[in-house]
Ligand binder design. Structure first.
Ligand code: GDP
Length: 296
């Protein structure tokens, strides 16, 4: 994960390490390499700018330059600023008590991994003693309903769908009623996805939000799509006020920029990450661990 970024940052710090006592010029050269590594990893330009300003202010101060091991100090500063960029993260799904129904609304573009992530969350909740109900609220694509039923069977989790209506608001409202009958306590809504953000999709999601008042709204984005993932998080957040982002496909050769940028750009924390196609491949996102990993 994020191999190129790790390598480039490693190279940047290596140039500083060879220097013994650092001059301001050495430090500026090293920081330029850090900046280049972040831009090449597809971190948003604005994020890189503010990040480098924060790092530069500390690294170019006398306290670091005059210290015994300025190189180690800079790594510490970069680590801490990466953690600050990506966090803090509250991993709680804010579930109500077991007698009550919590509604988690899952949104995302087609192909982002939304339906798979609904299954992954269902599995995680079930393992924690909850009784999830998966709800097929993507009525545009009949295949999406089938896919959710297959997941439900695999996980032994009930699935609610209604092929007689084209109204996802109705499906959602009925699903909450069904959850009460089934004594399910977490409703996971798999909403419609599109290839691109359009006003029809946003209107539909807003209608579900206004009528059904989900307790939490999560956006699933594909980490491989870089800045597109960040831009879609921005657009969805403007329409829906997201409670968290779940970034998928971080097991692949994602460059890392989206994971690093999304919280700073949108104000919405990256809560979970998808690390594979299997249903157990969902992990809480820990900024400290991620920053540690990036710095090798
Ligand atoms: P949706 O259209 O957003 O509902 O996307 P799907 O859930 O159908 O997922 C699209 C593809 O991405 C499928 O082939 C999934 O197996 C795959 N996928 C989902 N999450 C991950 C992940 O975290 N890692 C990898 N490698 N593949 C994933």
């Amino acid at each position: 994960m994020f191999d190129a970024l790790q390598e480039n940052l490693g190279a940047a710090f290596k140039t500083l390490r060879g220097q013994g006592k650092l001059t301001e010029g050495n430090m500026r050269d090293g920081l330029k390499l850090v900046e280049k590594a972040l831009l090449e990893a597809d971190v948003s330009y604005e994020v890189v700018r503010t990040f480098m300003k924060r790092v530069g202010e500390q690294a170019l101060g006398e306290k670091v330059l005059g210290s015994l091991r300025p190189n180690e100090q800079v790594i510490g500063i970069v680590y801490q600023e990466l953690v600050n960029l990506m966090g803090p993260v509250d991993h709680s799904l804010h579930l109500k008590g077991k007698g009550d129904v919590t509604v988690l609304m899952m949104c995302g573009l087609q192909g982002s991994g939304k339906t798979t992530t609904c299954g992954k969350l269902g599995k995680m909740l079930k393992a924690n003693g909850r009784r999830p109900l998966l709800v097929a609220a993507d009525l545009q694509r009949p295949a999406a309903i089938d896919q959710l039923h297959v997941l439900g069977e695999q996980l032994d989790i009930p699935v609610f769908s209604d092929r007689t209506t084209q109204d996802p608001v109705k499906v959602t409202a009925n699903a909450v009623e069904r959850a009460k009958k089934l004594e399910a306590d977490v409703v996971i809504l798999d909403t419609a996805g599109r290839l691109h953000i359009d006003s029809e999709l946003m209107d539909q999601l807003k209608r579900i939000d206004q009528r059904c008042h989900p307790d939490q709204i999560y956006l699933v984005v594909d980490g491989m799509t870089g800045q597109d993932a960040v831009n879609s998080a921005k657009a969805f957040n403007e329409a829906l006020e997201l409670d968290g982002v779940i970034m998928t496909k971080l097991d692949g050769d994602a460059r890392g920029g989206a994971a690093i940028s999304v919280k700073e750009v949108t104000g919405v924390p990256l809560k979970f990450m998808g690390t594979g196609e299997h249903l157990e491949n969902l992990e809480p996102f820990h900024p400290e661990r991620m920053a540690g990993r990036i710095l090798g």
